[in-house]
Write a protein that binds this ligand. Structure first.
Ligand SMILES: [Fe+2]
Ligand SMILES: [Fe+2]
Length: 284
């Protein structure tokens, strides 16, 4: 690796270090949920040690998406009525929300843009997994949630090189992804894999994220294809970033690999839109 490239990589990795850690309570709660002997009381007691996470878990539990609008008043009740699988998903969302609701001036994104897109890809990956490989549902959800976190780390570097980015993007068919690779030497998918390590996210997820724009190069093939398709449908359903969404192309072979046709894409586009709207629709 040439010295310039190495220097840039070191700076980018320092940015990963500065990102807030995954809240400890979230990691412990997921461990508890994976243990079949755990009970609702124990989980509620743990979540209540972190009031901001507990509040977010309650808010999400009351969204229209889980069909409980306004009826969940305690963490213990959420555990009982929503079931461990839904709760595990809600805790992941609550755990990353603070990090992902962020304005990214380099990419021209307002604070809710990355968040909505991440939720859409999480819900979408889960929907696709439930159709194609139900045992991947939970990992697909987490992978979708975190897949673009690398943009948060790269944003200050994009700001620094804004003029170079802007003129690169003006060239025909050039995307932010190409610009990251050409100008910074890394793309946000590579950087996200580093964040996964920091957040103690399983390897199967980080390697799918690493290849979410080029799933055929991945070893965790299935999950990477699911993520790539969910990313594409999310953009089709208006939950993308707008700037270069229209240039996003499915890697060749993706439709075949997942046995999808145009009809599936149109159907899922509506399902994605509805899921995100319902999840964001929380009673006050
Ligand atoms: Fe991406
Ligand atoms: Fe994405």
């Amino acid at each position: 690796m040439d010295p310039d490239h190495q220097e840039m990589m070191d700076k980018i990795l320092a940015g990963v270090d500065e990102l807030p850690p995954m809240p400890e309570v979230v990691i412990k709660a997921q461990e508890l949920l994976a243990n079949t002997d755990s009970n609702a009381k124990e989980l509620a007691a743990l979540l209540e040690t972190d009031q901001s996470i507990a509040t977010r878990v309650l808010q999400i539990s009351n969204s229209a998406f889980y069909g409980m609008s306004g009826r969940v008043s305690s963490i213990q009740q959420a555990c009982l009525v929503l079931g461990y699988k839904n709760l595990s998903e809600i805790i992941s969302v609550a755990g990353v929300q603070k990090s992902l609701v962020k304005k990214l001036p380099g990419y021209g994104l307002e604070s809710e843009d990355l968040w909505r897109h991440s939720l859409s890809v999480a819900l979408g990956s889960k929907i696709i997994a439930s159709r194609k490989k139900p045992e991947l549902e939970m990992v697909a959800h987490t992978a979708g949630l975190v897949h673009d976190v690398g943009k948060i780390i790269l944003d200050p570097f994009v700001v620094e090189a804004k003029a170079t980015f802007d003129s690169f993007l003006l060239e025909e068919q050039q995307t932010y992804l190409n610009a990251e690779q050409q100008i910074l030497g890394f793309d946000h998918a590579e950087v996200a894999a580093q964040v996964c390590q920091k957040w103690r996210i399983p390897e199967v997820i980080s390697s799918a994220i690493r290849y979410h724009h080029s799933p055929s190069s991945s070893l965790e093939v299935e999950l990477a294809f699911i993520l790539h398709m969910a990313d594409y449908i999310s953009l089709m359903s208006g939950e993308g970033y707008e700037d270069d969404d229209y240039l996003y192309e499915l890697e060749e072979g993706t439709m075949n690999y997942l046995a999808f046709n145009q009809n599936d894409i149109s159907e899922l586009t509506f399902e994605f839109m509805e899921s995100v709207a319902n999840l964001l629709d929380t009673p006050n």
